[in-house]
Design a protein around this ligand. Structure first.
Ligand code: UDP
Length: 234
């Protein structure tokens, strides 16, 4: 029987992916589908940490006419809503879960404590990281890179709305070229839309492999069992 090729993974789910194509809010079917995928990994002993985005509610950098730091804190709070919704959905399918937030809000979640998060993973609990890095001017992609480094995860699973990385938008250009493998420097120099440059640099400096693929239960399982889909950045 095939074995998973990773022991500990960090799954990054963008807010947009949670909206199920509408761009806003949370789609319960999508949440349920992701939860089943995570459950499948949890059942075979793969440790799963999750960083959730918040773009389905709010994005700091695109909010006009507001102080940037305030806008970013609103964005971080948006990610906590997604984290709580995912926790609820995971518990619904019987997966033990903890939410830890980069901004303290003890009534709703644990504050982020690295050693505690590692312990949860070792005990087979899924840990969902909310509120990004806890700092304005960063993205949840950077939070994913940071938490992956801190958790010593084997890989970042970057689940997106597209199936891979392209040289230009495949929805607009018929001749868009799909990449199977990329280096971090290629992503940065060609300004490819994988992660922002801060997040990509952090992955490069800490040698964290990024797997980019379209979000679905099937694809999450495929990647963790070593099937080559999407784009690998390393
Ligand atoms: N954010 C932040 N610091 C962080 C992570 C997120 O300020 O460490 C804010 C930022 O305003 C961002 C918003 O939270 O636009 C939502 O996160 P992001 O845009 O990364 O979500 P995604 O695009 O993955 O849904």
């Amino acid at each position: 029987m095939k074995e998973p090729i990773y022991k500990r993974v960090l799954l990054k789910i963008s807010g947009e992916a949670l909206s199920g194509g509408t761009g806003f809010g949370i789609n319960n079917d999508v949440l349920h589908d992701i939860s089943l995928g995570i459950k499948e990994l949890n059942d075979v002993g793969v440790e799963v940490a999750v960083v959730v985005g918040g773009g389905n509610f709010w994005r700091g950098r695109t909010s006009q006419g507001m102080d940037r730091t305030t806008a970013d804190y609103i964005g971080m709070l948006a990610t906590v809503m997604n984290a709580m919704a995912l926790q609820d959905s995971l518990e619904d399918v019987g997966v033990p879960t903890r939410v830890q937030t980069g901004i303290e809000m003890r009534q709703v979640a644990e504050p982020y404590i690295r050693r505690r998060a590692v312990r949860h993973l070792e005990k087979g609990r899924v840990v969902i990281f909310g509120a990004g890095t806890g700092n304005p001017y960063f993205s949840t992609d950077t939070a994913a890179a940071l938490r992956a480094a801190e958790m010593e995860a084997d890989v970042i699973l970057l689940a997106k709305n597209v199936d891979a990385v392209y040289d230009k938008d495949p929805k607009v250009h018929d001749d868009a070229k799909k990449f199977t493998n990329l280096t971090y420097m290629e992503v940065i120099n060609r300004e490819l839309k994988v992660m922002d440059s801060t997040a990509t640099s952090l992955c490069m400096d800490n040698k964290i492999t990024i797997k980019v693929f379209e979000l679905s239960t099937e694809n999450i399982i495929k990647v963790v069992y070593g099937e080559n889909i999407g784009t690998t950045v390393e």
